[in-house]
Every structure is written in structure tokens, then in C-alpha cells.
Design a protein around this ligand. Structure first.
Ligand code: FES
Length: 123
């Protein structure tokens, strides 16, 4: 069902947990299955210095979250906001059609975390 890359990110997820320093969090729960993803950010000078996640969900959701953290680390908030579900799925080498919706959680949680950061750091 899943390709090698997806299985690798599911079995050895990158950036799990919470950063030592963090200044934003985003939480998204799937309406269809109830699975939940948390994305934590450590933002410095507009750059995502560190990003970690916790996903209580299926293999596709965990692999997507893991890939997202690798794609977002080191990017500016503007660049990170542009990471699409499609690009996450592409980086994973594809997901089964019926699991595409699971990959949406990761990107949405990142966007929620970026919004949280912006809301709490208005000058
Ligand atoms: Fe819920 Fe995949 S089945 S995120």
C-alpha cells in the first residue's frame, strides 16, 4: 500500500516531539477521522529555526508530518506557508488516493502554527 519512503518516514519519523525552545503551536483535527496533528515552531528572525510535531493518526498522516518538518526547517514563514499538500505528497513519492486527505493535516497544522506565531508577535 505504501512506498518505501513513506514507510521510512512512518517507522523513523523525523522531528517528533517538541523543540526545547518554542514560540508557536498549531493544532488541526481531521473532521473525517478525528486524527490530530500538532506542529511546534521555534521561530527566530522570521526563520523556522526548529520544528517538531506530534501526530495521533495513521501512517500517512505521520509520514506527511515528518516530511513536512524536513521541508519547513530553515525556511522563512512566508516560504513555509507556501508548502502545499501536493508538494508533501510528491516529496513522499506519492500516497494511495484514499490517503491523500491524511496528508492535509500536516500542512494545515503548520499554517495554524504560523498564524499563532504572527498573532502573538504583533509589534
Ligand atoms: Fe485519519 Fe489518515 S485516517 S489521518
Amino acid at each position: 500500500m505504501y512506498n518505501e519512503k513513506v514507510l521510512d518516514h512512518f517507522n523513523n519519523p523525523r522531528n517528533v516531539g517538541e523543540p526545547e525552545e518554542q514560540n508557536a503551536v498549531g493544532v488541526v483535527q481531521s473532521e473525517s477521522c478525528g486524527d490530530t496533528t500538532y506542529v511546534y515552531l521555534d521561530v527566530e528572525d522570521g526563520i523556522i529555526k526548529d520544528i517538531k510535531f506530534r501526530t495521533f493518526g495513521c501512517a500517512a498522516a505521520i509520514a506527511s508530518s515528518s516530511m513536512l518538518t524536513e521541508m519547513a526547517k530553515g525556511k522563512t514563514l512566508e516560504e513555509a506557508r507556501k508548502i502545499s499538500t501536493e508538494s508533501i505528497v510528491n516529496e513522499l513519492g506519492g500516497l494511495p488516493e484514499q490517503k491523500i486527505h491524511c496528508s492535509v493535516l500536516a500542512g494545515d497544522a503548520l499554517k495554524a502554527a504560523i498564524d499563532d506565531y504572527i498573532a502573538n508577535h504583533k509589534e
